[in-house]
Structures are given as C-alpha cells and as structure tokens.
Write a protein that binds this ligand. Structure first.
Ligand code: PEP
Ligand code: MN
Length: 336
C-alpha cells in the first residue's frame, strides 16, 4: 500500500502516519519526491485503508496489486541515480564498469587497470570468488583477489565491483568493494538478498539465466524491503534455444524495466554474447536503447585469461569502443 502525502504535509504529519502504520504492524519505507512524500507500507497485516485516508496530511492511499512495490515508479516516480565515487548510473547518466572476468594476479590487474584508467574508466570489475560450472575450473583467488582489486583500484583512484556468493562473505566484501555484485546464478538466493538488503552499499543485481523480468524485479524488491535503496539491475543475457551466442541479450528488458522501476539498469554484453567481436555492437545497442550503464570484460592479454578470455576485449579495442559510445550518448542527450 502506498500513502501519498499532501504536498504541504509537515514532517510532523508524516511522522504521525509512519508511527500509525508501524503500530499496525507494517514496515514504512519513505520516498521524498519533488512534490510529495510517499510512504510505502509493506506487511502482511490487513488494514482498512480509510483509517489511513482520515489521517492529517494524507492525500491518497493506493493499494498496489503488483507484487513489486518499492522498486516501482508508483513508490518513487523519479529515476534513482546511484553514485559511486564520481560515476553516476541513472537519470541521464551512463556509468561504465570494466575489467577482467577474474582477478588472476597483481600484475594482471595492474596492467589492465592502468590502461582502463587512461581511457577514463572509474569503476573496475574483477571476480575473486567465481561461480564456475565445473568444479575443476579456476575458482578465483578468494580474499587475496579482493585485496589485489582494492589495492590496484586505489592506485588509480577507481571504485570496484566484485561478486559476492554467500551470506558469510558479506563482511569481508564490505571491507574491499564499493558495489557488491549478485551473479546470475544467485539472483534467487533469497537468504543472500535478505542480507544484502541490510547493508548500505550499492548492489549490482544480475538477471538470472532463465529469470523473467518479474522474478528479477521481485529479487530487487527483497533488497529494497530490507532498506537498501541502491540497486542496479544488470541484464546479462538469458538462456534461449539459440547457440550462436553464449546467451541471448534481451535489449527490450531495458525499456521494460525502466517503465516499471525507478532503479537504473546496466547491460553486460560480455556474458550476454560470449564473443569478443559481438561486444561492441551490443554495447552500442544497449546505449541506444537507453541503458544506464555497461559492464564490460577487458583483459590486458585475453589469450592468457584464466576465465572468459574469448569474450574479453583488448584494452585498445575497449578504448575505441568507449570513444564511440560517448559520441552515441551525446546524440541521445546522455553522458558517461
Ligand atoms: C561475472 O560477471 O563474472 C559473472 C559470472 O557473470 P554472470 O553472473 O552474469 O554469469
Ligand atoms: Mn566472466
């Protein structure tokens, strides 16, 4: 249920409404918009909506039948802009994240980050805990990988994102990373989502391999219900009958999500296609379709990469692409 307050409603009136619904057993989530404050009342209890309509300062009470509430534009009509250092995602800003699939060594990260930083990339990616299909494949360097990622990022004044795989790893991640990534395989790990709802750092929520957009929105709802407001969706391709690409990039998810939700959505063309030569065209398509950001795999020597070399760009290719994307963004009146 959403409670829209009158535009002139005082803080005191807003507080009284919040106290009232809390006392009735609901959680209150407040969104202060330009015109009105909206209070999202979330809970399983039954309440007569007229009891709220009669409270001082209340304009209207809307029952929401859709299962996602806090992620929806009904709760917050304006775009949510997520800022990490001076990079913004959403509200006309396109954020760029780049880096290798996996942290392999200090030298590999340093060589890649140096080149990315020269191109103007400010958010570095690199997996330290890898969800590999085969138990025999490289599983990542673990905490050592996070330390390297942080050290290298600090050297070039960058922020970092890395994938967290389980609840017990969260405190460790909070020490090293600026954006916690939830991988496609964990999109419906509800315990992980609940715990990440309690932290106050941005979460990059990848779409599950065969998740519908509604299921994806519901996973974001878990994070927001816990109080975390900084969620970035990431479309990384879904599994279809097509075998020519690793996954099928669902470009239409961008406008679909943006219509329903105020949260930003970025695109991962690397995992979506699995092929280096498909990354540039799909990145351009994503920007043209209105994506709020991109996350692209780049490796200083992709032929030696321990993971996903075939889909990783050479730094020079990335540099050319980023230049083209900036031009494209200006055409649609957005900026990196
Ligand atoms: C990754 O970003 O390294 C990754 C494993 O992606 P996904 O969860 O989308 O497969
Ligand atoms: Mn990868």
């Amino acid at each position: 249920m959403l409670i829209v307050m009158q535009s002139q409603a005082s803080d005191d009136k807003i507080k009284k409404v919040i106290d009232f619904i809390r006392q009735k057993g609901f959680d209150a989530h407040v969104s202060k918009g330009e015109d009105h404050t909206v209070i999202g009342a979330v809970g399983k209890k039954v309440i007569d909506k007229r009891d709220i309509e009669l409270l001082d300062g209340v304009k209207e009470v809307i029952r929401i039948s859709s299962p996602y509430k806090l992620v929806s534009r009904v709760f917050k009509p304006e775009d949510t802009v997520i800022q990490v250092k001076d990079v913004k995602f959403g509200g006309g800003h396109i954020g760029m994240i780049a880096g290798p699939c996996t942290v392999e060594s200090y030298d590999q990260m340093d060589a890649t980050a140096e080149k990315l930083s020269k191109c103007g990339v400010k958010v570095l990616r690199g997996g330290a805990f890898k969800p590999r299909t085969s138990p025999y494949a490289f599983q990542g360097l673990g905490e050592e990988g996070l330390k390297i990622l942080r050290e290298v990022a600090d050297k070039y004044n960058m922020a970092v994102t890395s994938e967290v795989m389980e609840v017990s790893q969260i405190p460790m991640f909070l020490k090293y990373v600026d954006i916690l990534q939830v991988g496609a395989r964990n999109m419906q790990n509800f315990n992980l989502l609940k715990s990440l709802g309690e932290i106050r750092k941005p979460v990059l929520l990848k779409r599950g391999l065969s998740a519908t957009i509604e299921e994806w929105l519901m996973s974001a709802e878990y994070l927001m219900a816990g109080g975390n407001r900084e969620i970035i969706f990431c479309e990384r391709g879904i599994r279809t009958f097509e075998r020519m690409t690793r996954n099928t990039l669902d470009i239409s998810a961008i406008p679909v999500v943006q219509k329903i939700s105020h949260l930003p959505i970025v695109v991962d063309p690397s995992h979506a296609t699995g092929l280096r030569d498909k990354v540039a065209p799909m990145s351009k398509a994503a920007v043209a379709a209105g994506a709020d950001g991109l996350i692209i795999e780049v490796h200083n020597t992709p032929e030696t990469a321990l993971c996903d070399g075939a889909q990783s760009l050479y730094p020079e290719e990335f540099s050319d692409l980023f230049g083209e994307l900036k031009m494209l963004a200006s055409v649609i009146k957005k900026q990196f």
